[in-house]
Write a protein that binds this ligand. Structure first.
Ligand code: DAH
Length: 337
């Protein structure tokens, strides 16, 4: 009786399996035969009613049935899956191709490249230095005494007692002066870090370009001539400019350079805080103490230096209102440049 039932189920399964044309039907078949409430489990359930002496033989048959059903089921499943993959692989040559977006240089890289290009035309080479600096290069060699209040001008990320993320590119000046003999004519672009509250105007990381010129007959007039030439090339030849006296520990005298606000043409607007002027860089004659720290004789050589923020420069030139957008990699912003 029971053995006949097993044979019937086996035949019925063969029949059903032969009729399966798609994976969906196969799933119906799995539920019918192999699920917890399926036919095969049902037969195993009935095994408990079989007389004891017949149990081993029938149990064997049932196990064989279960293997038979699941093996054949899997064979058909694999076959159907492979056919499915094959079908997906077929290429429809009439479909339009997918559009690839072309990348471009980030606007900050473009800005640095343009600055480098202008200074290259005036005989400046480019140097780079480490972003992880020692206190010595970032402050001490640049004439910041250990308790100098000017250290507070730049909120510093310290990494260890005497090591920090550089707060400006000026330490590269020191490295260049220590490693090369004058005459020196160099610009030094790079990333800098300050522990500042992030806002539309300031970010914890940004970029600067530093400049340094050392020679025997350098004057403040040359500094002005060089920077005015740069500003006119970069911002446009119509601009007006002014130099204001300022203070930096590593330059004496020190100045800041302003240009007329080209958003409002000098009339006064939100961007220039209604002054008509925009500050674009700091500069000055290299302090003799710095020359001495770098092994250069201040009796024989003089020099000037300058530093400008790249984000600030790009924000002014392209009227970008929020510094954070440079670092968000938003495609809608990037592709405008
Ligand atoms: N290091 C200064 C800063 O981060 C900028 C600067 C000012 C650099 C005057 C110079 C300089 O080389 O001469 O604010």
């Amino acid at each position: 009786m029971f053995l006949d039932k097993i044979t019937t189920v086996s035949d019925e399964f063969d029949n059903d399996l032969a009729g399966v044309k798609a994976l969906k039907n196969l799933e119906e078949l799995r539920i019918k035969y192999l699920s917890r409430n399926g036919i095969v489990s049902g037969l195993f359930e009935k095994l408990k009613d079989v007389p004891k002496e017949e149990k081993p033989a029938i149990g064997n048959k049932l196990n064989a049935l279960r293997s038979y059903v699941s093996d054949n089921f899997n064979k058909v499943k694999i076959k159907l899956e492979e056919e499915g993959i094959g079908a997906n692989k077929k290429i429809d040559l009439t479909l339009p191709g997918s559009q690839r977006q072309l990348g471009s240089k980030h606007i900050l890289t473009q800005t640095v490249d343009e600055i480098k290009y202008i200074f290259k035309g005036m005989g400046f080479s480019t140097f780079e230095g480490p972003e992880l600096e020692s206190d010595y290069y970032n402050f001490e060699a640049l004439n910041f005494a250990p308790d100098h209040p000017a250290r507070d001008m730049q909120d510093t990320y310290f990494v260890a007692k005497d090591y920090l993320l550089r707060t400006h590119t000026s330490p590269v000046q020191v490295r260049v002066m220590k490693n090369y003999k004058p005459p020196i004519r160099a610009i030094m672009p790079g990333r800098v870090y300050r522990s500042e509250a992030v806002s539309a105007r300031s970010y914890c990381m940004f970029h600067q370009v530093e400049g340094l010129v050392i020679d025997t007959d350098i004057t403040f007039a040359e500094l002005k001539g060089t920077l005015v030439f740069f500003a006119k090339q970069f911002y446009g030849s119509q601009l007006k400019y002014r130099f204001r006296a300022s203070f930096f520990p590593f330059t004496e005298p020190s100045a800041e350079m302003d240009i007329t606000c080209y958003i409002c043409g000098g009339k006064g607007c939100k961007i220039c805080k209604h002054t008509g002027w925009l500050e674009i860089l700091g500069c000055g004659m290299v302090d003799p103490n710095v020359l001495i720290n770098c092994g250069i004789d201040p009796e024989k050589y003089r020099g000037y230096a300058f530093g400008m923020g790249i984000e600030r420069t790009a924000m002014l030139k392209y009227n970008v209102q929020d510094i954070r957008i440079f670092f968000e990699n938003d495609f809608r912003f990037l592709k405008q440049f």
